[in-house]
Design a protein around this ligand. Structure first.
Ligand code: NAP
Ligand code: ZN
Length: 352
């Protein structure tokens, strides 16, 4: 079995540190990929610190990372869509049963037997799957994405999670052209939400707790920015939004944002705070508002999103870091201090 250099955490309180993991020899359906860049998603941090223990407890050691872009190094004999040398992307999913009604509808992200890129039972090697903070990965061809050749790769990596997670609900909500759409939280997901909502022709308004991000929000495509801690600013916009995407990673007053919706408006949650949110029934009843959730996207839709990004020249705004700075990056993520996604240059693993 080939070994691969990686970074893992040994417990919820341990820093990430250099290690070696096993990857399988490609089976006939597999694609082996040399990882070039891997984004740092806030989900990596939630998982490493076992903040989702009630829903999906972390098995240690954990190798996080599900925003993977790289180059194909080897393919199995039955692989038809990839060849060595091709660019390739891998997101949050590496397998599913491919036989349930969800998989038949190209909604692998809803499959009850899905295998996540890390911290899921590994059907090939036993133990759990290991993610993209590593020099290589081996993935079933069905879960490997084609990467448009015109985009800068460090900024492509985050599209594999932050991109699809925002593209999918914004797209699904229907024709938002000219409609008032709110993006709550300007982090990794939020800044991609702004780019997609803008590309679909919405009037985009960003809610942020960070006044220092105002100029960036406008540059990224927002028409207006609301500092959510300013009650006067919030009041002015009450009842005026068609759709709001909430990307906040921590506990917050969701009723303040539900109150921003116009009648029949929808707020979709993609942020996944550790603790439950308290929802006021009245915030929904008045105005017949709805509250939904959304999780990444299916493989077909992820490819559609990547192709859309290729055609519209959309990538994530990234700060490229060597893997040796990953623990510092996690601390900065907690302070909302990233513009707007960390992307790890995996060449930095070679020296370990
Ligand atoms: P991130 O880069 O840390 O961005 C989150 C943003 O939320 C921050 O930049 C900050 O924006 C805002 N924020 C943070 N703490 C806040 C607080 N206490 N009150 C109000 N606003 C706060 O994280 P991310 O990678 O975008 O991920 C966001 C969330 O989505 C995480 O919970 C992650 O696990 C989840 N996620 C879900 C899916 C899915 O499929 N549903 C996929 C990926 C990630 P401002 O500075 O602008 O206020
Ligand atoms: Zn993610």
């Amino acid at each position: 079995m080939p070994n691969a250099k990686a970074y893992s955490a040994a417990s919820a309180t341990s820093p990430l540190a250099s290690t070696t993991i096993s990857r399988r020899e490609p089976t006939e359906r597999d694609v082996q990929i040399e990882i070039l860049f891997c984004g740092i998603c806030h989900s990596d941090l939630h998982s490493v610190r076992n903040e989702w223990s009630s829903v999906m407890p972390t098995v240690y050691p954990v190798v996080p990372g599900h925003e993977i872009v790289g180059r194909v190094t080897k393919v199995g004999s039955a692989v038809t869509n990839f060849k060595p040398g091709d660019l390739a992307g891998v997101g949050c999913l590496v397998d599913s049963d491919q036989s349930c009604p969800h998989c038949h509808e190209d909604l692998e992200q809803l499959c009850p037997n899905q295998v996540l890129t890390y911290n899921s039972p590994d059907r090939h090697l036993g133990g759990v799957t290991y993610g993209g903070y590593s020099e290589s990965i081996v993935v079933d061809e069905h879960f490997v994405l084609h990467v448009p050749g015109n985009l800068e790769l460090a900024g492509v990596a985050p599209l594999l999670c932050a991109g699809i997670t925002t593209y999918s609900p914004i797209h699904r909500w229907g024709d938002i052209k000219g409609k008032k759409v709110g993006i709550v939280g300007l982090g990794g997901l939020g800044h991609m939400g702004v780019k997609f909502a803008r590309a679909f022709g919405a009037r985009v308004v960003v809610f942020t707790t960070s006044p220092g991000k105002k100029e960036d929000a406008l540059r990224l495509g927002a028409d207006e920015v609301i500092i959510s801690t300013n009650a006067e600013e919030m009041k002015k916009h009450a009842g005026s939004f068609h759709f709001i995407l909430d990307t906040i990673a921590a506990d917050h007053d969701i009723n303040a944002y539900l109150g921003m919706l116009s009648h029949d408006g929808n707020l979709t949650l993609v942020g996944a705070p550790e603790t439950p949110l308290a929802v006021s029934a009245f915030a929904l009843l008045f105005g017949r508002r709805s509250l939904s959730g959304s999780i990444i996207g299916g493989i077909k839709e992820t490819q559609e999103m990547l192709d859309f990004c290729g055609a519209h020249n959309i990538t994530s705004d990234v700060e490229v870091i060597p893997i040796q700075r990953v623990n510092e990056a996690y601390e900065r993520l907690l302070k909302s201090d990233v513009k707007y996604r960390f992307s790890i240059d995996m060449a930095s693993l070679k020296g370990e």
